[in-house]
Write a protein of this length. Structure first.
Length: 581
């Protein structure tokens, strides 16, 4: 091969090699593009599926994972976020008589010995009930909530028939505090009585149970209310007590207590009479606490235009064979401020007589006294609305007079608290609520009294505490206003039992700009050394309110201030001296 031929062959080989390299490079680029496109497609498909699951579908896998991370029942808190009810894992004590087979009992020791051993672990258990269950061939729960240390002691007993499976339990960190507000959860996981029953669906809903539900209750205020009511019960040997604190502008229930109470952590102890809520479910004749409603209605209606006008007061008022009396002789005559200060039935009845049955009936209905109390709780008592009517269907004259001072009509303490809120907040009645209220979404309510009438009633209620039957509630610096009420309970001769009283104090503070209403009630208080052997509200529920307000005021943003007060200088000249209730 000559040089020319060899050179041509080399050049041709180089061209082929270049072509091969070019094709390989193109093929490599195509493969990379195909792989990249494949990855992009897979990634895009994954993103689309994720978006589909996130926005359009509730995948069972994702749903079960989310639910597994949620508590089995939602949490309830007070208005400040403190836990009132929450779920937690615990042990239960289960008796399985067939743990070692079908033949014979699985107990190592006798039922009596095992029952005694269980009493060492659970001192509050019933020995006879334990023996009965342990002798039975039926499996059953011996205890629904067992702490880990208790489970260890049970294990050490060495009894195969005693099993302690793990279960989710409802726990109330504050014990019996606010029990009638919260209610309880039974052994099957169902809510009863209080907000546990009201919120049942929401507390169990996976979409909502991860978010705590805030109630209007303030745990600190609730504790103070229960403490002071309990002290009042003990000092007067009363059968029971009830109390409620309302925000006058929103209707929020800041505290609500019915004593004696119960421990919702013991669901087996909840099925008894203690779950009955005296604040919302029991109706009472609340006596003289109704007198301010009568006076306000008369002012609003133009019946009272001059507070200096005097009414006869030195003899019983005879109406249709019935006599209206006062607890004391307050002199020949009283004007309206004096009648409120000394709590005169005789003068209040005369004011109501001038006002008339239709007007007083309208006012009481506007205050909701003819309906069940407005609140979320399931147990709400229906008032005993007067039926004594004349030929026109209005209240008869005697009915009007007795209702004016709180007899012949029975309502719950919550009715009274809502009515006093309207009396002092400018005249607007609002329904009570146990939900924390956004200030921007307060219920509109309805007008019952003119704003000017409400302003006058604030003065009169303050005067009752400064100069009248409410002096024992006059907490220094808090400008308290209010009214006592001591009513005989129905029964006995003449329709009433003179030895059994309902003693009530309805108050508001601070009266120069009211923010809260406080109602305290004692059921059948006795005259004791602590009350100078007196049974009336001036001596027992008045002091409860007088001790309570200084405790709760600073917690609610109301600090004592002796330099401020509501101006009652125009009323002071109208008031003489006299005996109080």
């Amino acid at each position: 091969m000559n040089a020319l031929t060899a050179s041509a062959a080399i050049a041709s080989g180089r061209v082929r090699l270049a072509n091969v390299r070019q094709r390989s490079l193109v093929e490599a680029k195509v493969r990379v593009l195909v792989v990249a496109a494949l990855f992009a497609f897979v990634g895009l498909a994954a993103l689309i599926r994720i978006a589909q699951l996130g926005f359009f579908e509730d995948a069972p896998e994702r749903r079960s994972l989310t639910e597994a991370l949620l508590p089995p029942r939602g949490e309830i808190t007070d208005r400040n976020g403190f836990p009132l009810a929450r779920a937690f894992p615990a042990y239960a004590l289960w008796y399985n008589p067939k743990a070692l087979g079908e033949k014979g009992s699985s107990l190592v020791k006798s039922p009596e010995e095992v029952a005694k051993a269980l009493l060492q672990i659970f001192p509050d258990a019933d020995y006879n009930d334990l023996v009965r269950r342990l002798k039975s061939d039926k499996p059953s729960y011996l205890r629904r909530r067992v702490m880990p240390e208790e489970a260890n002691r049970l294990y050490a007993l060495g009894e195969p028939a005693l099993e302690f499976p793990r279960e989710n339990q409802r726990y109330y960190p504050q014990g019996s505090l606010g029990a009638h507000v919260l209610g309880y959860v039974d052994g099957e996981g169902g809510g009863h009585v209080g907000m546990e029953q009201v919120l049942e669906k929401r507390l169990l809903d996976p979409a909502q149970r991860g978010t705590p539900i805030a109630l209007s209750i303030d745990m600190r205020v609730q504790g103070a209310l229960e403490d002071e009511l309990g002290r009042g019960m003990m000092e007067t040997e009363a059968k029971g007590a009830a109390g409620v604190i309302l925000d006058v502008d929103t209707g929020e229930v800041v505290a609500l207590a019915s004593l004696p109470s119960f421990n919702p952590n013991r669901s087996d102890m909840a099925y008894n009479d203690l779950v009955f809520n005296k604040v919302t479910n029991q109706v009472y004749e609340l006596g003289s606490t109704f007198k301010p409603f009568t006076v306000a209605a008369a002012i609003d209606d133009g019946v009272i235009t001059d507070l200096s006008v005097r009414y006869p007061s030195n003899r019983p008022l005879a109406i249709g064979g019935f006599q209206i009396r006062d607890s004391h002789n307050f002199g020949a005559s009283l004007n309206v401020p004096e009648a409120l200060i000394h709590s005169s039935n005789i003068v209040t009845a005369q004011v109501a007589d001038k006002l008339g049955g239709p007007a007083l009936k309208r006012t009481m209905a506007a205050l909701g006294m003819n309906e069940r109390p407005y609140i979320e709780l399931p147990a709400r008592g229906f008032p005993l609305w007067p039926r004594g009517t004349d030929k026109n269907g209005d209240w008869a004259r005697i009915t009007t007079m007795t209702v004016s001072y709180g007899h012949g009509i029975a309502v719950t303490p919550l009715h009274l608290a809502a009515g006093y809120s309207a009396l002092v907040n400018g005249g607007i009645w609002r329904p009570a609520t146990l939900y924390k209220v956004d200030p921007a979404h307060v219920a509109a309510g309805r007008r019952v009294f003119k704003a000017s009438t409400s302003a006058r009633m604030r003065q009169l209620l303050r005067m009752i505490v400064v100069d009248g039957t409410g002096r024992s509630a006059n907490a220094q610096g808090f400008r308290v206003g209010g009214k006592t009420g001591s009513a005989e309970k129905p029964g006995g001769k003449g329709g009433y039992n003179r030895t059994s009283l309902i003693a009530t104090f309805a108050a508001a503070f601070p009266m120069d700009k009211p923010r809260y209403v406080v109602v305290a009630m004692l059921d059948e208080p006795k005259g004791t050394a602590a009350t100078s052997f007196q049974r009336t509200a001036a001596w027992n529920t008045g002091p409860i309110v007088g001790r309570l307000i200084p405790r709760i005021g600073p917690l609610l943003g109301v600090v004592p201030d002796d330099s401020r007060d509501i101006d009652i200088s125009d009323l002071s000249p109208l008031v003489g001296n006299g005996k109080g209730e």
